[in-house]
Design a protein around this ligand. Structure first.
Ligand code: MG
Ligand code: MG
Length: 264
């Protein structure tokens, strides 16, 4: 069931999502060779709680029957695609790390992800990040009243596959509201004119997961981390948005992150 949000509810979603954007910026400040992913998690959890919110990922039930998610952010390094668990992994020069963050405040959720470069990253990999982020914004351009869910996936898939990148199909975007994951399912592939009709007030997260190699993924032994089967690098960018007529309203923000990255 898809819940349409009122304007008041959309403003609460915006507050939560802006807090996610600011949390990702706190992480951007400390990402560098030598830092562990557990340290990134600590920065995030403190910042989220200091701002009167809950980290929604912490304790999230495991869909495969394993332990609930033990941390406040997902940190997925290099060939890890999504749902990486922060730990004693030391980031090194040339790595990339996707940080996915979710919060709940005033009963409404925020969810956004950004893939960061650690030190100097190969041009081929930087291009993957640029294309994945661009694909996210192309998907957002489709996310307006009267279009369909399939239109979003179609443009993301077409754009990324034109670079011969892999488009991960097993994981997708989703509705967002009082729950972090609501209907509808928002795949990163699809056909134009298919799927649910988009209506004003629908709020969704769009999150392309794109690989340098083929699109196949496997689950690691921790029952959480999803990585590329061929160990190729993977990128992940996510915004939460509200559907409107004419133009989507982006509720999350990369501006705080990118302001930090420009200074670094
Ligand atoms: Mg997310
Ligand atoms: Mg999400």
């Amino acid at each position: 069931m898809i819940f349409l949000k009122t304007e008041d509810e959309i403003e609460l979603l915006r507050k939560s999502n802006l807090l996610v954007g600011k949390t990702l910026a706190e992480i951007a400040k400390v990402i560098q060779p030598g830092v562990t992913t557990a340290e990134l998690d600590k920065v995030a959890e403190e910042f989220i709680r200091d701002n009167g919110a809950e980290p929604t990922f912490k304790g999230y039930p495991n869909p495969y029957g394993g332990v609930p998610f033990p941390a406040s952010v997902c940190t997925s390094v290099n060939g890890q695609v999504v749902h990486g668990i922060p730990g004693n992994v030391v980031l090194k020069d040339g790595d990339i790390v996707s940080v996915d963050c979710g919060v709940k405040k005033n009963d409404f959720c925020g969810d956004s992800a950004y893939t960061f470069c650690v030190g100097e990253v190969a041009e081929e990999v930087r291009n993957l990040l640029e294309v994945t982020k661009k694909a996210l914004y192309l998907g957002i351009e489709e996310a307006v009243e009267g279009r369909r869910i399939g239109d979003i996936g179609y443009v993301i898939q077409q754009y990324c596959e034109s670079f011969n990148y892999g488009v991960v199909r097993e994981f997708a975007g989703h509705g967002i509201g009082k729950d972090m994951h609501e209907d509808p399912f928002v795949p990163n592939f699809g056909k134009r004119g298919t799927g649910e009709m988009l209506k004003s007030g629908m709020c969704i997260a769009i999150e392309p997961m794109i690989t340098l190699g083929n699109r196949q993924v496997v689950l690691e032994n921790d029952d959480w981390t999803v990585r590329t089967k061929d160990h190729s690098m993977a990128a992940h960018f996510e915004h939460s948005i509200a559907i409107r007529s004419g133009k989507a309203d982006i509720l999350s923000s990369f501006e705080y992150v990118e302001e930090v990255l420009r200074k670094n």
